[in-house]
Design a protein around this ligand. Sequence first.
Ligand code: ARG
Length: 568
Amino acid sequence: MTEFKKRIAETLSEKIKTDFSAELSPSDITAMLEYPPDSSMGDIALPCFKLSKTLKMGPPVIASRLSDADFGGICTVQCAGGYLNFKISDDWLLQNVLVQIEEKGDKYGASGMGEGKTVCLDYASPNVAKPFHIGHLGTTVIGHSLRNLHEFAGYNCISINHLGDWGTQFGKMIVAFRNWGSSDEVEKRGIDALVELYVKFHEEAEKDDSLNQQARDEFKKLEEYDEDNIKLWKWFIEISLKEYEKTFKQLGIAFDSYAGESFYVDKVPEQVEILREKGLLKIDDGASIVDLSEYNMPPCLILKKDGSTIYHSRDIAAAVYRKRTYNFDKCIYVTSNGQSLHFAQWFKVIELMGYDWYNELVHVPYGTVSIGGEKLATRTGNVVLLKDLFAQAIEKVTALVEEKNPGLKDKESVAEAVGVGAVVFHYLYNTRIKDINFIMEDALSFEGNTGPYAQYTYARTCSILEKAEKVDKSAPASVVCAEESELLKVLSKFPEKVLSAIEDYEPSVITRYIIELASSFNRFYHNCPIIGAEDETVRNTRLRLTKATGTVLKRALALICMRAPEKI
Ligand code: ARG
């Protein structure tokens, strides 16, 4: 559509110049173009009331005078009141959309806007020794989709897993392990055993407050690099990472860096010194803070009473480190909206410190997840672990495959792609900022607008092409039914969907587009015989359309972390 809009905007700009002696650039006109609410009116519309001020004429008159411009046969034009409606010609669609997809292949929609630029993306970032649950699904799949989208647009991308591997919880874990843990148990049961110890600590500390002091003491020792504590701490991280990596692997996600919070502890003092020099640091009840009342925010804590670093100050040090190391053009942080204040605070501190790149920091929040209307809570056990959720989804798909297609090759890998994909798709279908009440049955549903439906549609394109054997790209093509031109129009929208997903940091734009494309293809498939078409040109055109749909579907699915098996 972008190309089509550009072409009509250029013609209109010329026409306005010659007929009205007015100057309006093609890009100004492009910005005015809209999609009509009902596609029977046209594919694109120009609401002429937006021009009446400049051209000093009523919208219907403008529409009628513009309608006789020469658009070179790329569309038909109709006036409806103050609107000018354009219907794209099928020939233009074939030449520009179909041929373009064939030429560019899976690069169709790649704008190149990020060429020469670097983006750091901070996502997933779980807290060590805590369960990896559905609350983390958002940061993980939104974060990785944003990476894929940026990479597709030509950016050099650095994925960073900012592990929560430092803080008082490690004091608690050390006390809990020494009191109630066993190495064998932790080695055998991994993170589950660690989480149990964490929960146990809190139960016991309710009864015996002295445990909390012990935990603080052990953390203090850790901060002073006590050998035994460091050993335990490293081991907790190793055990947790093993578990996280299994889940990342199922999602097809890898990170460029696992530098967690602990990595920045020794980089905080340099920043504290700058804060002090600039007179930004205040002592409040023994703690060091930056006062942000002028910006209507609570103070940003920098150092605790005992001088130790905190989440905020480690983030500040991390941002400076990343700027120096990667020289990013953008650094994106994906977390739940519960942390919006945290980011607003330390972004402000970075600005006040005089770092001129402060506006390259972007927080991308998403809505919180609850179960049965209640907040997730590790301590009360109100969590759904991602590994359990994925296992259930895979089990469901496996049963379906056994029933419907027992001879399928690579059954296990297909079941994983479809099961995990169902959950991911379900999650990414929502606008990211919407709060989610998680319902297992919905996440595992395969009916309607779901991941399996999209993947199944892709597999359908593959099986048609397999049966057809040969597709001739150089033979003449023609559009003979409405479903074909509708499909071409949907295909033509992909590049702008990619742009808008990047601009708004919104993978759901792609998820919804996938459904639009899959539905359009299925309408075409049900109403227009493809292999069975009698006319050779029609048959060949339909095969080319099938192939182009497959190319775009596969690419779009990959953008939102989904695999596209050729057979299901
Ligand atoms: N570990 C944090 C949590 O689980 C998320 C970290 C996000 N990234 C950051 N640079 N603060 O809530």
